[in-house]
Ligand binder design. Structure first.
Ligand SMILES: NC(=O)c1ccc[n+]([C@@H]2O[C@H](COP(=O)([O-])OP(=O)(O)OC[C@H]3O[C@@H](n4cnc5c(N)ncnc54)[C@H](OP(=O)(O)O)[C@@H]3O)[C@@H](O)[C@H]2O)c1
Length: 303
């Protein structure tokens, strides 16, 4: 069983920016934070901020888009022999241009979904009973979600896990580049979280939609930083976007509450306020959820 507060450790991917950074700081109030990221310098900066708060953090280098790097990081985390009360799969990207991962897979799909799934598979057998595994999803996966619909997004464009890894999406998707890859990766994140919750009641699996969160770097690679900031501000004041608006600090509080929860709930999809919500019709289909997990395991066996 998960031990007392002072013994606990939490693993978080993508703690160097945005929602992950704010959550790492918030989580440090509840135990040791294992900071999993690709950039040693950035990780050490976060570690220093946490230590300056009088708390503890351990950096682990990992490129979550590269499954060999994820497996290695997973083994390093296990070797720490810490009682891990929670794993937060947060790292994510939403680039406009498609690129390939180390395994030659679509980088968005590999980063947002396959890496999170792989880390979970490596760590799950080593987590104590009742530990929480939380995946950061996105309501963009739902073609009926109002703000996404207004922006011309068409939800997850899933054909199969192998097709997604190859960068192929169901035709008729969004005009905005990169959105189909992002939405499909998040559809798989949500479906897998729900399937794993049914498959493994020993642990508690959840997904969180963190809200339209301004002030992060997501999707900002190709944009001028001022344009990105102004766009974020507008989303926070213009309806219907404003209804779903959040900040990294607000999202961090919600995510930390879910990650430190000991009520025994499992398989819940939460919104940015921590209220249970429903994903797309497809994401709720248990046969779909199970086939996503089965296809993912089959794909990961090929490396
Ligand atoms: N912002 C929103 O409105 C929003 C809405 C719904 C869902 N989300 C989700 O929330 C999560 C956090 O996003 P954010 O908005 O906070 O974005 P962000 O500021 O860009 O942070 C992304 C984090 O992921 C890390 N990362 C990216 N690729 C990685 C890789 N290959 N290996 C290891 N780490 C990697 C980044 O590390 P570096 O610092 O090294 O780049 C950074 O720490 C994502 O899963 C995103 O999809 C965000």
């Amino acid at each position: 069983m998960v031990g007392s507060n002072k013994d606990k450790a939490y693993v978080i991917t993508g703690p160097t920016s945005g929602i992950g950074y704010a959550t790492a700081l918030e989580l440090s109030k509840h135990g040791i934070v294992i900071l999993v990221g690709r950039n040693a310098e950035k990780l050490n900066k976060v570690k220093k901020v946490i230590e300056d708060m009088g708390k503890n953090a351990i950096p682990v280098i990992c490129d979550v888009s590269d499954m060999n790097s994820v497996k290695k990081a997973g083994q390093q985390i296990i070797a720490l022999r810490l009682p891990i009360a929670g794993l937060l799969n947060n790292a994510g990207i939403m680039p406009a241009k498609a690129t390939k991962s180390a395994q030659g897979w679509d980088k968005t799909f590999a980063t947002n979904y396959l890496g999170a799934f792989t880390l979970t598979e490596v760590l799950a057998p080593h987590l104590p009973d009742g530990a929480n595994v939380v995946f950061i999803a996105s309501a963009i996966e739902d073609p009926e979600r109002k703000p996404a619909k207004i922006m011309g997004m068409k939800g997850g464009r899933y054909l199969s896990v192998a097709a997604s890894a190859d960068g192929n999406w169901k035709p008729g998707g969004a005009k905005m580049p990169g959105i189909d890859a992002y939405a499909t990766s998040k559809l798989c994140v949500l479906a897998a979280a729900m399937a794993l919750a049914r498959e493994n009641p020993r642990l508690h699996y959840h997904a969180v939609e963190p809200g339209i969160t301004r002030g992060t770097k997501l999707g900002g690679e190709e944009l001028n930083p001022i344009v990105h900031k102004v766009f974020g501000y507008l989303m926070s004041v213009i309806p219907p976007f404003s209804r779903y608006s959040s900040t990294p600090e607000k999202s961090a509080k919600t995510i930390t509450k879910i990650l430190t929860e000991t009520s025994g709930k499992t398989g819940v999809y939460f919104d940015e306020k921590g209220t249970p919500m429903l994903g797309s019709v497809l994401s709720q289909d248990v046969n779909f959820q199970d086939s996503v997990v089965a296809e993912t395991r089959a794909l990961l066996k090929t490396i």
